[in-house]
Design a binder for this molecule. Structure first.
Ligand SMILES: Nc1ncnc2c1ncn2[C@@H]1O[C@H](COP(=O)(O)OP(=O)(O)O)[C@@H](O)[C@H]1O
Ligand SMILES: [Mg+2]
Length: 319
């Protein structure tokens, strides 16, 4: 068993099972670019009426990189990221300027030459999944809603929702830590907390394979916080099915204090550690959805599916 902790529910899905029974069966390869290329994801999502962080600029060549300072001068804060990156690699979250330098979210200062050098490395493909030349995206930096200040360190927490055949079935919020450098990626050291799908309340949490009660930096208990805009968040997650076409999907959402929920990215191979964060397996939840769809009771509108999920996932709420 991979986990250092024994999960209380059975029905935990492992890696081989995920790949064979879910990814291969439900996610057609030809649809992968829709989620593996963040620029394409952004434009498809926007066309479907989903709110996303505004794209300020794109650098597709080293020439484009040299032209960036002019665009960047118009923005106080922004994020630089590889269009085909993953796991938070290659992402710079810039939250202001100090003297002639850019200030990273962890307080570090970066001269413009270093920022451009980094962007040029993105374009060369240093952070892309395949090592192929990539595109650098410069986008709006999300100003996170203060609701999670007590349980995150600097960066932007994100909310991951597993959407199975169009229905949201499990959720977690990933909380940045000092170690994760303003990013909410678990592999960078962020903490994952399970979120009750029916109510949007945070529950148990895990750091790596360990269960934790408090945030490692703020030392505040993680459970019992209400994720705001929960209904809207479930609507966005369900809409991810129409946008991606993927039957086994991870939708990542962030909450901006002025703009509300924004879709950050989607994933065709969502990780399995959401099960650790929730102390629950995915399989029984998939079974509920399979049963609903077998009876031909599928709701076609994403909002209707999101509302149905709240009812259908009720049995999995903490008692
Ligand atoms: N526009 C943004 N504003 C603020 N933080 C961001 C933004 N984009 C990404 N981040 C931070 O970086 C993390 C990783 O970004 P993401 O777009 O999900 O790329 P990856 O595929 O590498 O996970 C996010 O979870 C978030 O914490
Ligand atoms: Mg991500």
């Amino acid at each position: 068993m991979l986990w250092g902790h024994k999960l209380k529910d059975s029905g935990v899905i492992g890696l081989n099972e995920r790949n064979a029974n879910y990814i291969t069966a439900l996610n057609s390869r030809r649809l992968y670019p829709r989620v593996d290329n963040k620029r394409l994801t952004k434009s498809l999502a926007a066309a479907a009426g989903m709110a996303v962080p505004e794209l300020y600029a794109v650098a597709e060549s080293q020439g484009d990189v040299r032209g960036l300072p002019e665009t960047l001068a118009q923005h106080k804060s922004f994020v630089v990221k590889p269009a085909s990156g993953s796991g938070g690699d290659g992402i710079l979250v810039i939250d202001g300027r100090y003297g002639g330098n850019y200030r990273l979210i962890n307080g570090e200062l970066m001269p413009e030459s270093a920022l451009l050098h980094h962007t040029s490395n993105i374009v060369s493909g240093q952070f892309s999944l395949t090592g192929q030349p990539d595109i650098a995206l410069i986008e709006y930096r999300v100003q996170f809603d203060s609701v999670f200040d007590e349980i995150s360190y600097r960066g932007v927490p994100d909310i991951r929702i597993i959407v199975y055949r169009g229905y949201p079935v499990m959720a977690m919020v990933r909380l940045p830590t000092r170690q994760s450098d303003g990013k909410a990626n678990l592999h960078q050291g962020a903490v994952g907390a399970g979120v009750d799908l029916a109510t949007g309340l945070t529950m148990s949490a895990s750091s790596g394979n360990l269960r934790v009660r408090d945030h490692p930096d703020t030392l505040t208990p993680i459970a019992g916080h209400q994720v705001p805009h929960w209904g809207r968040i479930l609507d966005i997650a369900a809409t991810g099915y129409e946008v991606s076409g993927l039957g086994y999907l991870g939708v990542d959402i962030v909450i901006d204090k002025d703009l509300g929920p924004l879709m950050l990215e989607m994933n065709a191979r969502p990780g399995l550690n959401i099960q650790i964060a929730n102390d629950a397996g995915l399989k029984p939840r998939f079974a509920v959805i399979d049963a609903v769809l077998k009876d031909g009771a599928a709701d076609n509108e994403p909002e209707a599916r999101a509302r149905a999920s709240v009812e259908l996932m009720q049995p999995f709420s903490p008692r």
